[in-house]
Design a protein around this ligand. Sequence first.
Ligand code: LLP
Length: 417
Amino acid sequence: MDHFNFINSRLHAEDVPISNIVEAVGTPCFVYSRATLERHWHAFDRAFGDYPHRIHYAVKANSNLAVLNVLARLGSGFDIVSGGELARVIRAGGDPEQTIFSGVCKQDWEITEALQSGVGAFNIESEGELESISEIATRLNVRAAVSVRINPDVDARTHAYISTGLKQNKFGLSEERALETYLRAREMPGILIRGVACHIGSQITELAPYRDALEKVLDFAERLAGHAIEVKEIDFGGGLGVRYNDESPPDPEEYARQITEQMRSRGLTIPVAIEPGRGIAGNAGILVTRVHSLKHNEQSAFCIVDAAMNDLIRPALYQAYHEIVEVEKNEEGGHNRYDVVGPVCESADFIGKHRDLSVWPGDLLAVRTVGAYGFVLGSNYNSRSRPTEVMVDGGEFHVVRAREDIGALMNGESILP
Ligand code: LLP
């Protein structure tokens, strides 16, 4: 459920007509809905009921300061993967102590800054990384709380590029390796063992892979108990899918019920942390674009719009489907089945293929469910400035990132003397 609805045939974000936003900021622009972000965060939070839990929003999904701040105000924790994301969380008023540092390649400066700002825990991806963290923590005279990320070798049955829990993926450690790592960790002066972590992939639309992964994680936690290592938290990652087209992913309630039932059936009350990104931000954002021109050839009809693969790369990168709708219903002709394409000089530059639309040049289209992995995956390819980001809050809207200035795109560049 989101808060982008048609009122009198005009698309609105909450109470604001999209066309009013475009009048003020132009196109292309991303529009986010505060109410939708909050609704989804609460849905995850409520779903766990009285089972002890923490929600660490995965910052990578959408790291705009306004998005982070809205979630920080709800008391959310955060999951970060870089020093840059840490800086954003702090700037947005997030609590470093409620922040988990994940990622396969944490650099020394990032570990140092995370420890200095009091980051709550590190999810460990290798033994070498554990040693670096212990060394840096010892030097800073602190102890780093860590969970080791298990790779459970479970197929999340999602796109190969966003599947992370199989042996052939670079993520996590096998149970055997992880056990050795825990045994070393407890001897390390700069380390405190916190729990076990696992994240099997993204856009997961079934519960079974989660169930299988959690069984393995809990079996592993029992093995740790056999070595007198106490697990104080299970960090079960993110990955719950959203509906882009005809998927029917489990809702947060079903997802949480399965996790808590699995915990309770083993008599466990260990706190659970989750790291949802897409589930919170995915359908809290749309991309608004203007039709530049229509072009037909013997085989295809093209609807050429001013947004491109540099603004939304998911269709090109993952063959992802995003629904495209007319911002104002236009009943007067223009009906056709179009490939919706952008200005970038590549045939991969499409937003959607074979879409039935009723449009004329100058009309506005909205690309739905781009609040997660939309703007953040954008680039300046073809020297295009990245679009404006706007957040709607009830009847008001706010520019939360101005359109990039062309001059600024050349900052830091220089020519030879
Ligand atoms: N935790 C970890 C350790 C992760 O690697 C990720 C996502 C998440 C949490 C959040 O997963 P989510 O709840 O958002 O599925 N660019 C791709 C998605 C990449 C996901 C990477 N890791 C896309 O556009 O589909």
